[in-house]
Design a protein around this ligand. Structure first.
Ligand code: AQP
Length: 331
């Protein structure tokens, strides 16, 4: 089975990214043929600074490696190093409808508050994401719950391509974790924890010092009740239950049983300590990995050299199916 996922370059990866995505990437290495990339092309869909973008790619790579991605056991590369992604994006646009793209929640959420130019690339973002996955004929895409709609779209794109031009692409499935698929902002627990839309105090960063993590979790917004249980009117406590269950690799039911009769203060302290412990190994390894930019470049070069032939073969089949290039017998 082939697993593929991409992550945006920002050094500010948060607990939601870690639980919803990064943790699954690391586990994916034992489950199949795993391919991951830092999607720097996607980062240009919102305002960005070129020098900061380049640095953020290294920040993100160091976080993923510190979390346990092993370039010996997976293919790990920088998206812009494999140019097949961009050509495939254009070709897939012909089987993507404008109406579908216009219905994407992420586009609406991000285009709305933008004061400067709303770029066409923000609109086409999901097609590039589809090209990333379809280029590797991946069976499975580990993501958080917020990506459900984008994965549905890439499935439609693959199915439509196959119907129109003949069986060429693999239709992928999403893999969304059962626990922690949507970690919420600690200050506004009705919104997801987010890089761009979150509150600073409500967002635990993977690289936050332990005392900052404790402070943010202890200050998290709860309700006027006392019970540690999940309920629609207890969004803050429900979120903390999810977080603790995810970092301890257990179920929310188990957490509710264990903390029955505890007060909110003691529960928040327990969540804070568990999150600090959960993130400690990443913080410990990060600095050394981040300092070695040449080493990171070598990892990217090796990854791109392995990724390119796979993407290139798919692109060749797509081109042939669509009628580009000289006559070629389809295999
Ligand atoms: N709150 C979340 N809970 C669980 N999973 C989450 N993911 C994002 N937020 C949560 C998952 O993290 C992966 C990386 O997403 P990305 O590449 O889009 O990274 P990002 O843009 O830096 O992360 P955000 O926070 O999702 O940014 P905004 O909100 O600004 O767009 C994905 O698999 C995602 O599902």
């Amino acid at each position: 089975m082939r697993i593929f996922s991409g992550i945006q370059p920002t050094g500010r990866k948060h607990l939601g990214n870690y639980i919803g995505a990064i943790q699954q990437y690391v586990a994916g290495q034992d489950r199949g043929d795993a391919i991951f990339c830092v999607v720097d092309l996607h980062a240009t869909s919102v305002p960005f600074e070129p020098a900061a973008l380049r640095e953020s790619v290294y920040d993100t790579a160091a976080i993923l490696l510190a979390a346990g991605l092993d370039p010996e056991r997976c293919i790990f590369f920088r998206q812009s190093d494999v140019m097949e992604h961009t050509e495939l994006t254009w070709l897939l646009c012909s089987v993507t409808s404008w109406g579908e793209l216009n219905r994407m929640h992420q586009f609406k959420d991000k285009a709305g508050p933008q004061r400067e130019l709303v770029s066409a690339s923000l609109f086409f973002y999901p097609v590039l994401q589809a090209a990333d996955v379809l280029a590797y004929r991946a069976d499975e895409v580990p993501v958080g719950d917020d990506q459900r709609q984008h994965i549905e779209l890439m499935r439609n794109i693959a199915e439509r391509f196959n119907q129109r031009f003949g069986e060429t692409l693999v239709v992928p499935e999403h893999r969304i974790p059962e626990v922690g698929a949507r970690i919420m902002d600690l200050q506004f627990p009705d919104r997801k924890m987010s890089t761009t839309g979150g509150s600073p105090q409500g967002t635990v960063l993977v690289l936050d010092p332990p005392e900052v993590v404790v402070k943010k979790l202890r200050a998290s917004v709860t309700d006027s009740g006392t019970e540690i249980r999940r309920s629609p009117d207890k969004a803050g406590i429900s979120n903390l239950i999810q977080i603790l269950a995810a970092v301890r690799h257990t179920s929310p039911e188990e957490i509710e049983r264990e903390f029955e009769g505890f007060g909110y203060g003691a529960f928040k302290q327990a969540v804070a300590e568990a999150v600090v412990e959960f993130l400690a190994p990443v913080r410990e390894r990060y600095d050394e990995l981040r300092a070695d930019v040449e080493g990171l470049d070598r990892i990217f070069d090796t990854g791109a050299a392995k990724a390119r032939p796979i993407a290139s073969e798919t692109l060749g089949d797509v081109r042939a199916a669509m009628g580009f290039g000289p006559v070629r017998e389809r295999l």
